[in-house]
Write a protein that binds this ligand. Structure first.
Ligand code: FMN
Length: 332
């Protein structure tokens, strides 16, 4: 089963990925958040892609086959061998421009766009989409026609665009879509634990060839490694490795006000990993000293993943008493 690292605009950008893949493993492939059509971005993505230890697939967002095909030529010139087409973004600013998931509400136009793009694109492409725009039964009838096109792969998020990222992931409809597609799809939606992953694999069986993980990367940065291993990593390892990663990334992001704000943005998601209550996170986000912010967030990681050892100045050392875990139990 393939494991794909999801694109999350504003979160899993080139900077984040370079730190993430230095410290964590388990993924087979990363899809980058959507690019806007400029040569500069294509170049940047390419340079960074070659330095990662996982293949990087760029993602395009657009509503004209001509524009997308011309960008595909640019990507090819910069050494990419494929791209992903975003047909699932529900952000109002994207929908307003009739891009992303908005295209699902215009099946005839979308089909002609895909047909045209398949003919003109300089590179093969996969599609990342949702079950529909308004309702979850809108994609399935369209797949009947899409499946005759040379689309490399279908990555499917199990919600409508109206649901954004909330509410039920409609697995039954995903199963029906995969059956309609006639080839295994890539599952996407709410996989944040090893158990959750195992349930999906059990339920979807041969209908899927991979799972794409988004927010789960932040809820548990070790998720792909744990899936590969088939069991959780020890608390001690998690806390030490996360703190090393965090010192690395925060050390750099804390140096400029804009990047410090972005680090706080990452913590809106890492808060699930460190199990920080909402009111405590709000207090942390009011801190304006990056060093103090890092120290305080790390305290939560230490509390949540107790062990005999603590990290001091980036090196693991022994301590006499660990912080209490979430049940208030200290281990001697
Ligand atoms: C903040 C944020 C930014 C996102 N940016 C993109 C994007 O650039 N391209 C894309 O295809 N999906 C994007 N997504 C959707 C994710 O790739 C993924 O489909 C979604 O989070 C559901 O998967 P998950 O439940 O594993 O998180 C974004 C999601 C979030 C929350």
């Amino acid at each position: 089963m393939k494991l794909l690292f999801a694109p999350l605009k504003g979160l899993t950008d080139a900077h984040f990925r370079s730190f993430y893949f230095k410290h964590f493993g388990g993924f087979d492939l990363a899809v980058a958040p959507f690019l806007l059509s400029s040569e500069d971005e294509a170049l940047k993505a390419q340079r960074e892609g070659t330095s990662l230890n996982v293949p990087l697939v760029p993602q395009l967002l657009g509503n004209s086959a001509e524009g997308l095909a011309s960008f595909s030529r640019l990507l090819k010139d910069h050494g990419f061998s494929r791209f992903n087409l975003n047909l699932g973004c529900p952000a109002p600013v994207v929908i307003k421009k009739s891009k992303g998931a908005a295209l699902l509400a215009e099946p005839d136009y979308l089909l002609s766009l895909l047909e045209d793009l398949c003919e003109r694109s300089a590179l093969p492409f996969s599609v990342k989409t949702r079950l529909g725009y308004n309702n979850i039964d809108e994609l399935r009838p369209q797949l009947k026609k899409w499946r005759t096109l040379p689309i490399e792969e279908l990555i499917l998020h199990g919600r409508s665009a109206r649901q954004v990222y909330k509410g039920e992931v409609h697995r039954e409809e995903m199963i029906r879509c995969a059956q309609e597609w006639g080839k295994p799809i890539i599952y996407n939606g709410d996989v944040t634990t090893l158990k959750g992953y195992e349930e999906i694999v059990e339920e979807m069986g041969k209908l899927i060839s991979g799972v794409m993980i988004g927010r789960g990367i932040f809820y548990n940065p070790f998720i792909a490694e744990e899936i590969r291993k088939g069991s959780s990593l020890p608390n001690e390892e998690k806390r030490e490795r996360f703190i090393e990663f965090h010192r690395d990334i925060a050390g750099e992001m804390g140096t400029r006000p804009k990047s410090f704000a972005r680090l706080k943005g990452l913590w809106s998601y890492f808060t699930h990993f460190a199990r920080i209550p909402a009111e405590e996170l709000a207090k942390l986000k009011r801190l304006d000293d990056p060093a103090l912010f890092s120290k305080e967030t790390e305290k939560w990681v230490i509390k949540t993943y107790p062990s005999r050892r603590t990290i001091s100045s980036g090196r693991a050392t022994s301590s006499r008493r660990s912080a209490p875990n979430s049940l208030g139990i200290s281990r001697e």
